[in-house]
Write a protein that binds this ligand. Sequence first.
Ligand SMILES: [Zn+2]
Length: 929
Amino acid sequence: MSRLDAARRTVGTGVIALALAGAAVLAQQQNGNQEQDAEFAKLVKEWTTSPEFMSPLVDHLPVAPGVPTPKDVLGYYVGTPKKLTHNADLLKYYRALEAKTSRVKVLSIGTSDENRELAIVFVGSEESIRQLDQERQALAQLADPRGLTPQQAQDIIQKAKPIYHLMGGLHSGETGPSEMLMELAYRLAVEDSPVIRQVRDRVIVTITPAADPDGRDRYIDWYNKHLIDITSDRDRTPGPPYWGKYVFHDNNRDINYSQTSMRALLAWYLQWHPPIMHDLHESVPFLYTFSGQAPQNPTLDPILYGEMPMFANFEMAQLTKYGMPGVWTHGFVDMWSPGYLAFMSSNHNGLVRMYETFGNGGATTMKRRVTGEGGGGEAGGNQTTREWYRPLPPYKEVEWSMRNNTNYMETAVLSGLEYAPAFPQGVLENFYLKSRHSIEDGKKEAPHAFIIPGGQRDMTRVAMLINLLRRQGIEVGRTTAALKLTDGSYPAGSFLIKRDQPYGRLAKILLEKQNFPDASLRTYDDTGWTMGLMLQADVKSTADKSVLETKVEPVTELTLSGSVTTAANAAAFIIADYGSNNLVTLRYRLKSLAVQAAEAPFRVGTTEFPAGSFIIAAKPDVEAQVKKAIEPLGLTAVGVAKMPDVARHDVDLPRLAMFSTWGSTQEVGWVRHAFDTYELQYDLIYKERIREGNLRAAYDVILIPNQAGSAKRLVFDIEPKGKPLAYTKSDQFPSLGAYGSSDDITGGMGLEGVVELQKFVQAGGVLITLGASSQFPTDFGLVRNVNSGRPSAQFYAPGPIVSAEILKPENPIFYGYTQRIVPVRYANGPLLQVPETDRDQQVLMRFPGGDDSVMSGLMKGANEIKGRPAIVDVPVGPGAGRVLLFATNPCYRWQNHGEFGMLFNAILHWNDIKHPAPQPTATAASAER
Ligand SMILES: [Zn+2]
């Protein structure tokens, strides 16, 4: 019996941890038979700022004749001061490694928004790499164990190898992981120490070199241009205005996988089913290993909550044993929201893992003051105290280098990898059991299924909902006959998501109401995401177990085909407004046609058309154009013999600008992504264009998405520090200057910009502000009568879904909405205050407030929003100028599609939002009080 077999039999006793820990140290001593790179050892020692920041796992690098190290390909070692590696060079290294060892394979999985290659690197024994396809199939069987007997499952578990996936470069300013992973891959491929051999033989390690390659290249260009010589955290300079094309950190909040690179990774995941997925980040000192603290999502398998601290504690013990201070668990990130990228694993019955390693935002050695850094979690801002979960705390001040970062992260990852093969069959067995439990839970526990009734008025949002579920691998079926359950009846053609499927628990997590377990707990991100509410589509659940026997046709992807029914000699085409977001796309696709909107519901024969329906006069050629546009958008059009007799207005497209600060582009990015997807045309403008003035001559509508957090920051943005901070493209820095360019991104629009925006609305322009940006027109006096305030310090609302009451259902903003009470995501926008004299005219939607208005997630202090305006329309100036203030964010993270329509309507009907003239004297007087 080998020592390993003996070790495997003692799993779970705690003995194994000690045995392997001893083995690791021993391994280094026994490693004399492999030639080591002396220059590497000397240099990394130099770059490590203090001896205790090094470990015996990474203080050496074996020489493997013919197999290139990162230095052989790139010209420098990982952790070299001031050296960062662009995406193409990362891949160049992995491909060079692949060419020289049969222990490495590189798989291309697509391209990014900016056409950079996305890849997965596999590292394992020759045998593992040769048999990757069999391994993939074995994992797929464990991921969906339906039809496997327990004995068959055990046979697979005994033979298969777990895939342990490591992800670097999701957050582009966190530069270390992508560097470290190259060295790790090399080490795993060539080192002959017992520990590494064991990892190589028993586990398949896979690597995402840079999850956001566009952002990585842009960040590195920026670092080389602006940050490389900064050696103290007191001289911090902001990062580049963009990482990837649309969103920054929120590529780790993309719950619906809307972003190209995130979608590619998910597709790979669903093919390969790595039971462990480990995301490498940088922030708090010195290394935080995620153990999954409360609040925890109760739908996930309890096994997961045992596995997470098990790995985390082992790593903490190992690094502490090596004398490395500042390694801790707990007290930072919780397990509530399922929307982080690597949670694709826990959402699919795998094990999610995550580190935060201390990093300098680049490869420059820097003096860092640690007290008060970071924050979040129950530990608050101070991460240097000794706690039960932080037995050897980080220092208050430290000289920190890229190599320190590499040493910590690589040592911890190697420890995690050392732990995994200690019981590889345990990892696989847990994966199998979690998958099986998901299926069994659906049979044992209500709800047994979710039902999306067929025949909903707007099927385009239903289709979107179904396709978002399908994207995550959730099985959806379509009923072929009417469905009668003890708690509801549904027509044939309804959609059924049975819970007795491998991803049944993910379906429950996404579709159920979120009941936050304890209002005294804080959480790292959103508390509510219920998809039916976010999309404003009807979703039911059932406690009737017989639903599991219902015959359904599997849905691969739901594509709707629009319909055009028409009589010969039609006088007009009517496109019904059932609240589809595709209506805005249709308008843009039919840009050259005159389109009108009905201002009230009307009938043609027996068919009733809602207000907002489009009316297009029939002319030669129009029918073909309408048909061509309607069908792919899933809309409904009818050709009618005579022009309907209903009040209507022209739907003329505005010359539209979207304003972005340079310092806070992320929320704007989500709106850009939505507008690009729905094909709205707009100019993205910055302070430079605002200051130039003459805005009314160029634009009809200026949209200021939620950003910056306060009016002051929206106006003054990044603080100037004496010298300009250019974001411009050059041969040397080709990734800069994308999505806008500026010789100096600091300073904001300033007061001169405020004046120009005021002139714009005074001259008849429409200004639309979303979320926090709605403090701008109130605080800078563009609207004199409306004020904005903030809730009390006790108020806490991390992204719940609350009800909102539509007060002016006839207003074009609410075309397509049928209910007076609608679910909206609470955006923590300003608490708006409109004087009583104007309230009746100007407040279009309000928050009923109170605990009863919280539909999903947590809002503590819900009485504070009682009766507060959610959308306000304020006429300004002598002409048709107006400011539309949304306290909501109707375009949030590709999530609240049910609210998108309010923003799209505001744009389509920008000059037809009818409003009685204000009464200036009363308004001014009440504003004074
Ligand atoms: Zn991060």
